[in-house]
Design a protein around this ligand. Structure first.
Ligand SMILES: NC(=O)C1=CN([C@@H]2O[C@H](COP(=O)(O)OP(=O)(O)OC[C@H]3O[C@@H](n4cnc5c(N)ncnc54)[C@H](OP(=O)(O)O)[C@@H]3O)[C@@H](O)[C@H]2O)C=CC1
Ligand SMILES: Nc1nc(=O)c2c([nH]1)NC[C@@H]1CN(c3ccc(C(=O)N[C@@H](CCC(=O)O)C(=O)O)cc3)C=[N+]21
Length: 281
């Protein structure tokens, strides 16, 4: 079946194009939008993602403040770093790269980020606002998935959306966003017993599992729209792309799908946050 490849690079470019002018206007008013990224430890793929985020910021004129803490960092030291960034008026967004080393209380660290600067929707307050439908900054990957659906004008209302994964920054918030757009949502996880049957109900399928090529072609209903948020070692998605694309009416590739849009959402939220500081004064 001829299907539509949902081109994340194209969506990301159109979002970034709209930001360039807004960044210019902010600078004329004396405000340079600034994103602080915090990387703890030296996991090579996390280091790569954080670097990509910083580089994309700079390409459109957002200042990137990169903080790299050693892997031995204690929870309290990380909290202090976040608190300093909360108090720093030149910083508009804070991104703590997940995961942090296991001895650190990641939840506590996320909760320390002030709501105004929580551009990645990681606080429980930010998540709660997203779930209730008035959040300013949903997590970036969920926001990216919605923005791909929106760009390609894929209808959501009344559709059965099946999300595989329920993590705090991906599966849960994307389920909430789809529900808010009037999809009927099923969220699956590691204890779901009849996964392939549930996935077969999906008009929209979102893969957020973290297992390479996990979603099989024969699980996909003919004509379904498949969004692959997975990003595993070797740039491999959670969806068995070749088999699933034979069934799907539209599908995101990896790379070039959800990933680039995630970064552009982070930039957008940072610019939004910088504009908020002006409108408050
Ligand atoms: N492109 C991007 O910008 C981003 C990509 N990612 C990618 O998305 C993927 C998921 O990330 P993240 O949500 O952080 O991962 P987590 O490991 O936090 O969550 C994985 C989820 O998948 C579920 N799961 C695990 N095994 C199975 C199984 N056999 N059947 C059904 N469900 C299962 C887990 O269930 P349970 O809750 O029961 O344990 C959990 O809810 C990764 O590949 C990651 O790299 C993540 C963030 C951003
Ligand atoms: N707090 C937090 N928020 C995140 O959003 C977050 C995180 N932690 N931890 C790790 C994951 C991973 N992630 C990616 C973002 C972009 C690409 C991306 O742009 N990938 C390109 C390929 C880039 C390349 O490898 O050349 C693509 O898919 O085309 C990938 C992965 C965000 N994450």
């Amino acid at each position: 079946m001829e299907n539509l490849i949902l081109d994340g690079r194209k969506v990301a470019q159109s979002i970034k194009n709209q930001l360039v002018e807004r960044v210019q206007v902010l600078k004329e008013k004396g405000v340079t939008p600034c994103l602080a990224t915090i990387l703890v430890g030296d996991d090579p793929s996390s280091a790569t993602y954080v670097k990509m985020k910083g580089n994309e910021c700079e390409k459109i004129g957002i200042k990137s403040l990169r903080i790299h803490l050693p892997k031995e960092t204690e929870t309290n030291q990380l909290l202090e770093t976040i608190q300093k960034l909360n108090e720093d008026n030149s910083v508009h967004g804070i991104l703590l790269q997940h995961p942090v080393p296991s001895h650190i209380d990641e939840r506590k660290a996320f909760e320390t980020i002030s709501i105004e600067k929580d551009v990645d929707g990681v606080t429980s307050y930010g998540y709660g606002q997203t779930a209730l439908g008035f959040g300013k900054y949903p997590s970036c990957t969920p926001a990216a998935i919605m923005s791909i659906l929106n760009y390609y004008q894929i209808p959501i209302e009344g559709k059965h959306a099946v999300v595989i994964g329920r993590s705090p920054i991906l599966g849960k918030p994307v389920s909430a966003l789809l529900l808010n757009e009037n999809a009927t949502v099923t969220t699956c996880h590691s204890r779901t017993t009849n996964l392939s049957e549930v996935v077969q109900l999906g008009d929209i399928v979102v893969a957020a599992v973290g297992k390479p090529n996990f979603i099989q072609g024969d699980w996909i209903k003919k004509g379904a729209v498949v969004l692959d948020a997975g990003y595993n070692k070797g740039n491999i998605g959670d969806v068995d792309y070749d088999a699933c694309s034979e069934k799907a009416s539209a599908i995101t590739p990896v790379p070039g799908g959800v990933g680039p849009v995630t970064i552009s959402m982070l930039l957008k939220h940072t610019v939004d946050a910088a504009e908020e500081t002006i409108s408050k004064h």
